[in-house]
Design a protein around this ligand. Sequence first.
Ligand code: IVH
Length: 668
Amino acid sequence: MERTEAQKRVKELRERLEEYGYHYYVLDAPLVSDAEYDRVMKELISIEEEYPDLISDDSPSVRVGGKPLPFFEKVEHQTPMLSLGNAFSADDLRDFDRRVRQAVGDEISYTCELKIDGLAVSLLYENGRFVRGATRGDGTIGENITANLKTIPAIPLRLKEAIEVEVRGEAFMPKLSFERLNDEKLKAGEEKFANPRNAAAGSLRQLDPKIAAKRSLSIFVYGIGSLQGKELSSHFEGISYLREVGFKTNEESRHYQYIDEVIAFTEEWLEKRADLPYDIDGIVIKVDSLSQQKELGFTAKSPRWAIAYKFPAEEVVTTLLDIELSIGRTGVITPTAILKPVQVAGSIVKRASLHNEDLIREKDVKLGDSVVIKKAGDIIPEVVNVLPELRDGTQLDFSMPTQCPACESELVRLEGEVALRCINPQCPAQIREGLIHFVSRNAMNIDGLGEKVISQLFDHELIRDVADIYKLQRKELLELERMGEKSVDNLLEAIEATKSNSLERLLFGLGIRFVGAKAAKTLAIEFKTIEKLSQATKEELEAVNEIGEKMASSLVRYFKKPEVSALIEELRQLGVNLSYTGPVNVAQVTDNPFKDKTVVLTGKLHQLSRDEAKDAIEALGGKVTGSVSKKTDLVVAGEDAGSKLKKAEELNITVLDEIQLLEIIGQK
Ligand code: IVH
């Protein structure tokens, strides 16, 4: 094809693809068959390959994904991306309505929108062209994920008008695409995504845009950050305008004057949400008039003119098939419910936490029982209660064993503790858990050495203590299942790299009782070398800020053991760094249940001190406050939690227990 002809053809094909895409993805009314769309796209790509200088960054061919990025750049949002206050009941919505009416009078109307459960993004258009897309990040600074967002067909690359606009919306993965993706992951022996939201977020966080391109993501645009050259008087008008210029907006939005109508809308969708092709986790209610929005203004965190009604956590009934006991690295025995697989809040649940023996007794749990389960914080499955009325006589009593299931030594209940413990220091289950802890993210952080590989190495008797990890040989690793040359090389390289970790990682990794990640760091900074630390007296340790009596005694006891001295000497000879090497880079906080959440700690914790729990939550981007209010997102309740727990329950706030806390912060 001649160049001039190619140029003409490229223009024509691009316009056709844009029009097809707009009808297919935005209007949901395809003009042509999928095969025809693919054919036109193929033709465009082949001409662009022949004439690379004709490629432009808003050509529909970018939908297939460009080159991988080395990292995501940070971007500062022109106007902050705030989050919303929450409502959990009709009463909360009435309170919201009262506040609004008090501030702006009775002439109001609300827009009610589905609260899409995905990932908030900002899309910036200059002269009608998509120039930058970013994640919400902390609301002020997000990550530039333009290349990934360009692969989402419902995001227009060029608008129908050459405007300057920054819009906000929710990128998401439709339920069907999610199921298909997980089927593929299962076949490939990879770990599945827990829910469509994680799958969407995971896809958009890949540095290689070709991955996002394959993930069938979509978007609904729900707001305007800034818009030049057009006056709008209401939110609804703004959304209609966005739709006109080419954005995909949600069609289920409704307009109401009275809060009772709004409440009816939330109730209607609670029933109908399961039938939607995508996940929603609530309804967003917005005062429609922009001048009233302005009058109402913002609190520090969120607008006063909008609120998110959150659906209650989904509860489902299934059968308890068995109770599995696992042994933690400190010997604590934790019972886990093995369930008949059931779909809860977007994923299949097969196991749920049963916490401890008291709870099993308290709830009168029997094997074969029908049990109600839900996901705490929509993430961690737990058994809420048992339905004794559904028993048919085949249920069996369950009692905790008296001996450790791994080493058969007698289990004990230490004074003041709820949990049963195996106190045999040679218990293989504890040793294995200790090794898993040693390589984990907050400890030595050895890439490619997760629970599965550690278990394999342990079962093949290649590792017995943490020093053995640094003695692993290429030859023996190659003999393991699913370990090719490449993965063995990578693993050995990763292990080698951690030899120069600063002391605090090793200290935390050793799993000394009561020494959490934060305390390990304090100790490393204070004593600089493991030698000095190991020689410190209890008094010297206690003199350090934040180190209490319990931790000081535990440290002295630990370093007195001859096997510990031998282990440290061995690590030294293997070339493992044993001193503090200065401030470490704070890792980027990834998505986790505590991120951007306001958390209250209450009751007595057993495996962590209050301060350690607080530090761990803060390290994950959460804010720990003292009292429970509507602003609280999560409550962590230890033993004997009192009024705060009660209040949390009244306010329908998600409550986590210590085990769930440990799971989230990666210490279990
Ligand atoms: S409006 C300042 N509308 O829910 C108001 N948010 O905290 C900004 N979301 O971060 C949010 N659907 O990720 C709004 N129709 C909708 C939404 C929606 C989902 C998400 C969004 C936001 C969170 C609310």
